[in-house]
Every structure is written in structure tokens, then in C-alpha cells.
Design a protein around this ligand. Structure first.
Ligand code: ZN
Length: 176
């Protein structure tokens, strides 16, 4: 396992549409998911899509365990949203690719999802609460959409400028 670099805005790769994994969940895909989970825990974050480490495949990892709870890693290969309810809920979202920016996004409160798990089994289940928020946020990454794309143009630009500045500062510090 290895910690990979997380891409941040405005990296154009974050706008790419990810491709489906062909040929099922192989050891290679599992190795990718292991790296993604380690990278996510290190950040730390609760969800990560493969494109966030520069791999344009439809793969997501997640862990929604609260502090002090046992880790509950979840793995999603080729996830699909089958159905959503009409009811929406606002949630203050953040993203490892848009560090230190948080804002409210409104999404369907429940969704029925279908995916392959770590062992390649096909799972279909309803996601609700934080799980529903997180899977919709991560699945947006597979389409090249970020949560800041739901904000006003001004707020989005401000967020990108802030991340750019912070990234430059970090590069300078690392070089010093
Ligand atoms: Zn994100």
C-alpha cells in the first residue's frame, strides 16, 4: 500500500469523466483501492474517488465510522445510482481536492445504489443520511463534477483562488 498524491483544483484531471472498470474486480483494482483507502485515511477524509489520485476509473472508497469507532472501509467499483427520492436535504460538504472549503449542497436524501464490492460481489442497497451525501458527492467526481460546481460562480472562483494560494504556499514551504 502507498499514499498517493491527491489532486486539487484547478487540476484539469478533476474534470475528466472516469471510465468503467472492465473485467471485474481484479487484484490490480484491489491494490488501487488499498492505496486509495490509505491515502484517504492519511488526509484524513471520509471518501475518495480514483480520479482524485489521477486514475480515471469508476472506483470509490469510503469510511463513515465516527471517531473512536472501528474502521468501516467501503469499496465501490462501477457504482450506479438506480433511484433517488424526491426529498432533498442540505449538508455542509467538503472535499480533499478543495481543501479547507466547506459549503452547503442540497441533494436527494436517499438513493438506491448498485456497485461491485471489494470481492467483486454485486450489491444493491439504499443509502441515506451521510452515506447518501457521500456516495452522491463521490459519484459526481466520476463525472468530473465537484461540489463547488453547485455553488454560485463567485463562490466557486473564490474557493479555487483560495486553494491555489494555499497550494503555492505549501510548495514554497516544502522547498524551504
Ligand atoms: Zn470530493
Amino acid at each position: 500500500m502507498a499514499i498517493r498524491e491527491i489532486l486539487t483544483v484547478p487540476d484539469p484531471r478533476l474534470k475528466e469523466v472516469s471510465k468503467p472498470v472492465e473485467g471485474g474486480v481484479t487484484d490490480e483494482i484491489r491494490a488501487l483501492m488499498d492505496d486509495m483507502l490509505e491515502t484517504m485515511y492519511d488526509a484524513p477524509g471520509i471518501g475518495l474517488a480514483a480520479i482524485q489520485i489521477g486514475v480515471p476509473l469508476r472506483v470509490i472508497v469510503m469510511d463513515l465510522a465516527k471517531e473512536g469507532e472501528e474502521p468501516q472501509p467501503r469499496y465501490f467499483v462501477n457504482p450506479e445510482i438506480v433511484e433517488t427520492v424526491e426529498e432533498t436535504q442540505p449538508y455542509e460538504e467538503g472535499c480533499l481536492s478543495v481543501p479547507d472549503i466547506f459549503d452547503e449542497v442540497e441533494r436527494p436524501s436517499k438513493c438506491l445504489i448498485r456497485y461491485l464490492d471489494y470481492d467483486g460481489f454485486k450489491i444493491e442497497e439504499w443509502a441515506e443520511d451521510l452515506y447518501a451525501v457521500c456516495i452522491q458527492h463521490e459519484m459526481d467526481h466520476l463525472e468530473g463534477t465537484l461540489f463547488i460546481d453547485y455553488l454560485s460562480r463567485l463562490k466557486r472562483q473564490r474557493a479555487i483562488d483560495k486553494v491555489k494560494k494555499a497550494t503555492k504556499r505549501k510548495i514554497r514551504e516544502d522547498a524551504a
